[in-house]
Design a protein around this ligand. Structure first.
Ligand code: AP5
Length: 209
């Protein structure tokens, strides 16, 4: 099954995708994670996108589409995949339709108030990408990754100005995808305000329906 995860920044797409990939046994492909990995490794792509991402703006469509097209040409996606953070614009969705058949677009629904709480409290492990929250999902030792023992960091785009900009960008560029996938009969809205395990259960039920 080829699935797209839609929804505002901080709605829990990455957290639930980490659970869903085990449930479905398919890869989780997050464009945000791929860009962050490139920034960490100092690649040309990383240098190109670093300041764009820190500001909360979108990376240009052509760069992102090429990246996903290449990723979906690998053997491990033969039995399906979870696309998280792509497509982000109508142009990306239209480009995707030329090289992929999407079976479902799952949209995480959450209020702006809850999004801001989730993003401002998020901490991540830079080397593994593991996601924490200082209140709802804290590490065992304050500020330290449970597995690697490394200090947790706050993403540059989780600072207040960038969060505000990301929410504006979401409304202007990404929210239209809800209608786009609804028009194709693929949209499944999910209440993302409950625990990650409950969100996962709703997603699995919606995919089976
Ligand atoms: P990306 O990394 O895709 O960011 P995003 O879509 O803004 O999503 P987030 O990662 O912020 O949130 P999430 O929904 O995954 O929430 P999470 O599970 O972490 O993109 C970053 C940037 O890359 C973009 O701004 C852009 O510059 C660029 N980019 C990426 N893709 C692009 C594209 N296609 N085109 C152009 N540019 C692109 O959870 C958030 C917090 O909430 C965590 O602390 C978590 O612990 C907590 N939490 C999660 N679920 C729950 C729950 N159910 N209950 C309580 N707390 C929860």
């Amino acid at each position: 099954m080829n699935i797209v995860l839609l929804g505002p920044p901080g709605a829990g797409k990455g957290t639930v995708a980490a659970l869903l990939k085990k449930e479905l046994d398919v890869p989780h492909i997050s464009t945000g994670d791929i860009f962050r990995e490139n920034i960490k490794n100092g690649t040309e792509l990383g240098k190109k996108v670093e300041s764009i991402m820190a500001s909360g703006a979108l990376v240009p469509d052509d760069v992102t589409v090429e990246l996903v097209k290449d990723r979906l040409s690998k053997d491990d996606v033969k039995n399906g995949y979870i696309l998280d953070g792509f497509p982000r614009t109508i142009a990306q969705a239209e480009a995707l339709s030329f090289f992929a058949d999407i079976d479902a677009a799952v949209c995480f629904v959450l209020s702006d108030e809850e999004i801001i709480k989730r993003l401002s409290g998020r901490r991540i492990c830079k080397s593994t990408g593991k996601i924490y929250h200082i209140v709802s999902n804290p590490p065992k030792v304050d500020g330290i990754d449970d597995e690697t023992g490394e200090p947790l960091i706050q993403r540059d785009d989780d600072k207040p100005e960038a969060i505000k900009h990301r929410l504006e960008v979401y409304q202007a560029s990404t929210a239209p995808l809800i209608e786009y996938y609804s028009g194709k009969g693929l949209l499944k809205n999910i209440d993302a305000s409950v625990s990650p395990e409950e969100v996962l259960a709703s997603v699995v039920a919606a995919l089976k329906a």
